[in-house]
Each structure stands twice: as C-alpha cells, then as structure tokens.
Design a protein around this ligand. Structure first.
Ligand code: 5AD
Ligand code: SF4
Length: 487
C-alpha cells in the first residue's frame, strides 16, 4: 500500500487566492477546452484500495462540482464511502456565502484533526468557494497544518496531479487560481441521481451585488457553448434521464458574454426540443428576465412552471445599496407578468434581513411585497458581512436582537403563505417524478411535482424514476401526501 504520511514541514504553495485579483474583469475571450482534463495512465490506479468521503456544503453548483470530483477520484480508482471516519481521503467542498457556512466547515476541520491524530495516513482536502478566500487559505496554511490539499473552484480539473504530489511526493498542495480560466468541457461526472441531472450552463457572475462573495469566488461570467449543453442533454435523454436543471448564478444572462444573439430563451427552446420530460433552471436574477424567456417557458409543457426569483429586499433604498439594479416596482411588474402568462407557476424567492442601514420602514416595505406576492416559499437570511465585498464596509448599526425579530416576523408570513399555496393543491392531481424510497416504509416513495412540491405517495418500487399522476390527499408545511391516480 502507498504510504500517505506527509513529510514533516514539507509544503509547496503553488498558488494562493487573491480577492482583489478575483474582482478584475477582463475582455479576454474565454477558451473552450475539450482536452484540459486528463489522468495520466500511472495515476489511474493510485487510489486502488483507498476510499474517499466528500462532504458538500452550499448550492447546487457545489453539488454538481462534487459530482465531477467524484468521477475524477473514481477514474483514479478511489472508492466512495459514506462514513468519514473510515475514509482514506476526506474532501470538504465548501460554501462561502454566509458566516455560518464558514463555521460549519471549521468545525469539521477540527474533527478531521482528531481523526488524523489516530490515523495519520488520512489525506484531508478543502475545495469550493472557501478555498477561494485569502483569509481562509492563510488560516489553513498557518493554523491547520493537517489539511494536505486546498484547491479552488477553477482548479477541479487539476485534482489528479495535486493528489499525485501529495501521495507520492508527500508535499502539501495549495492551488487556487484567483482569475477564472477557461471553460473545460471534458471533466467527467458521476451523477447522484439516475433520473435527474444538473447541467452547468454558465460559470461565475458579473452582477456584483454588494453583499455577495460569489463574483469573487466563482469569477467572471462564462457561458458554455450551447452545442455542448445540448449534446449533454441528448446524452442524458438516451440514458433515460427524465429531468435536467440548467444551473448558473444568473441563468437569465446566459449567452450575453458570447458572440451572437443566442440567449436563454433560445437555449430553453432547444433543450425543451430534445424531448427531455422536464426542464428546470436556477437561479434567475429579475434584471435579465425577458419577455421572450417568459413566452418560451409558457409555450413548452416540458419547461416546469417553477421560478426561483430572488427579491432580496422590498425597499428601493436598500435594493440600491445592494446593487440589485431593479426597484420594488420592477420586481412586482415582473412577478405579475409571470403569474399572468404562466398561471400555474409557483414562485419562490430569497430575502436578506438586516442589510446595513435597513430601517424599520425599509423592512416594512419588504413585508409589504411579501404580502402582495404570497410566495410559494422563500429562503430567508440574516445579512452576513463577507470580507472583500462593499457591503462588509457599510455601517451596520442594527442590533442583532432587532435583526432576529425581523427575521422571525418575516418567516411567520413566509410560512403562512407557503402553507396557503400548498393548501390549493388539496384534491388536485399533480405529476410527480418519483426519486426516493422512504427509509421507514419501503412502500412509500417521494419526489417533486412540476411546481417543485415534495410529494409522498404509496407506489410500487419499480415506479422509481417514473413521472406519475398523484392526487393530493393531505398537505403539510413542507410536503404533501397523495395517492396514485390514472386521471
Ligand atoms: N448575507 C446574507 N445572505 C446572503 N446571500 C448572498 N450573500 C449573502 C450575505 N452576504 C443570500 C442571497 C442569495 C442567496 C443564495 O444567499 O439571498 O440569493
Ligand atoms: Fe451574488 Fe448577485 Fe451574482 Fe446572485 S446575482 S450570485 S446575489 S452577485
């Protein structure tokens, strides 16, 4: 067996992150590389008899990155296990969006330290958005010497050579490019589901909302060429997949960074045309949501009537300080247009409470928008200052108690409307893609409806992976129960 123990004190710093550099946007054309990822023959067996464990934090982008990382590790003969304590290689794919995401990861890093005291051969790595933050990597370098590998969101394809150096040369590896590079088209993927698939349609974000770290950790907007996306969808259809979710930080802006006029509505149209049974997309920024996109969604039965449309705040002064580029009135106009043209659409949102300088009146305006829109659901957050972003430097004079009270009051409304929205489904028939078996009762399957409601239903196990009609018989706060029907 290969010895994994690192030479004491040996360390190579290949590349450290830099938030200032990450902010710079240049006009260089992004290269599309179809052969940048490769595993040397000699590395294909390096993980033989070794197991890996990956813990993923944060958004669907990270989930999908982990699917890529898993496939890379398996090409190197590592085997996945779901028990961290037993793994030879532990990777934490991290999220930087809020402070509590950070804290969770540092808690895990502490646990791994204890584990490595007992099992020094274990390799531990940090990747994802936190790996793109200077202060985090500095901390890891100085204080958490038991972490052997740090690699960033732009360095996933380089994992084989990083692992080789850690395993064979026993040197600590830190490789984080601050400047996003190219779009790499040949990274393999091991999908978590056999029925639904994530597909990146773009990377990065150019919006620079003042609170958000994403444009720094994920780099400038780079759309994938539509031909590669369509090929991927067609291949999934052939494999029997029922659903694809087109992923991006700001999917509505798809194509704006490419030559030509091909935009999100064209992509949606073409993806729908492949015959895949369900098309979803996240996340939409209200700014880029065009009428043409709305028409396309309305015109295709296989584009799901579910839209996640982050509001963030309902006060125009706060929206302006957030750099959101729309007003409350713009948001409401778009919201009503969506409801009018796609009448059965479920719309969910994200809201930040306690943004610096948010007054009681500002907050009341947010509640007013919530009362008007009666969202199907919402993710609500306390503002969390992120180092390097403009909002982190704004005077934040709202006491924590007050922020918590506002969050509580907001959540009361959100839960009430979510429940009301769900109640409307009682007695109705909805299509559900069955994807899970209940742990407790193997005759109960669950899945999501077209409008993204979680539905439990008694069904034979071989119905897994099928889209079936379910009549809703009971509505709970976070899910619904129903029975199979032929109607
Ligand atoms: N503090 C609180 N919430 C944030 N989000 C993004 N950045 C922050 C921050 N600094 C929220 C936004 C976004 C969601 C993914 O996370 O609401 O839409
Ligand atoms: Fe962050 Fe704004 Fe980009 Fe969304 S649109 S990822 S909130 S900067």
């Amino acid at each position: 067996m290969i010895s994994l123990i690192r030479k004491r004190g040996s360390e190579i710093d290949m590349q450290m992150p830099n938030l200032q550099k990450a902010k710079i946007r240049n006009k260089e054309t992004v290269r599309i590389l179809t052969d940048a990822y490769k595993v040397e023959e000699s590395l294909k067996t390096i993980g033989r008899n070794l197991t890996y464990f990956i813990k993923t934090y944060g958004c669907q982008m990270n989930e999908h990155d982990s699917e890529n990382i898993k496939a890379i590790l398996e090409e190197m003969s590592f085997t996945e296990i779901d028990d961290m304590e037993k793994a030879d290689l532990i990777l934490l794919n991290t999220c930087a969006i809020r402070e509590n995401a950070h804290n969770k990861v540092f808690g895990m890093i502490g646990r791994i330290k204890h584990l490595k005291e007992e099992k020094p051969h274990v390799i531990a790595g940090i990747c994802g958005c936190m790996a793109q933050e200077e202060s985090v990597v500095e901390d890891i370098k100085k204080k958490y010497k038991h972490i052997d590998i740090v690699f960033g969101t732009h360095n996933i394809h380089g994992l084989p050579s990083l692992l080789e150096k850690v395993i064979e040369e026993k040197e600590r590896q830190i490789e984080v490019y601050s400047k996003e590079g190219d779009v790499i088209e040949n990274i393999p993927v091991k999908r978590d589901s056999k029925y639904k698939a994530w597909i990146n349609i773009m990377y990065g974000c150019d919006k620079f909302c003042t609170y958000c770290i994403v444009p720094y950790t994920r780099g400038k907007q780079r759309s994938r060429q539509h031909s590669f996306i369509i090929e991927e969808v067609k291949d999934l259809v052939k494999q029997g997949y029922k659903e694809v979710t087109l992923l991006g930080q700001n999917v509505n802006a798809y194509g704006k960074d490419l030559e030509g006029e091909y935009r999100m509505e064209n992509l949606l149209e073409e993806v729908a045309g492949t015959g895949i049974e369900r098309v979803r997309f996240v996340t939409s920024h209200p700014w880029d949501f065009t009428d043409a996109m709305i028409d396309t969604i309305a015109a295709h039965a296989n584009i799901m009537p579910y839209i996640h449309l982050p509001l963030q705040a309902g006060s125009n002064t706060v929206l302006k300080r957030m750099g959101r580029r729309y007003t409350k009135e713009d948001y409401l106009t778009l919201f009503h247009k969506l409801k009018e043209r796609i009448p059965n659409a479920a719309i969910t949102t994200d809201i930040i409470v306690g943004f610096p300088g948010e007054t009681k009146e500002d907050f009341e305006e947010t509640l007013e928008v919530v009362r008007t829109c009666k969202f199907d659901g919402a993710f609500t957050f306390l503002f969390s200052p992120r180092e390097g972003t403009p909002a982190a430097k704004m005077a934040d004079d709202i006491p924590l108690d007050e922020k918590n009270q506002r969050l509580y009051a907001l959540n009361e409304y959100i839960n009430q409307y979510s429940n009301e929205a769900n109640q409307k489904y009682l007695g109705k028939v909805v299509p559900v893609l069955l994807e899970n078996v209940s742990e407790k009762d193997k005759t109960m399957l669950s899945g999501y409806s077209d409008t993204m409601k979680l539905v439990n239903v008694k069904a034979p196990i071989d119905a897994l992976g099928e889209i079936i009609n379910v009549k809703i018989t009971d509505v709970k706060t976070w899910s619904m129960d129903g029975e199979m029907t032929n109607n």
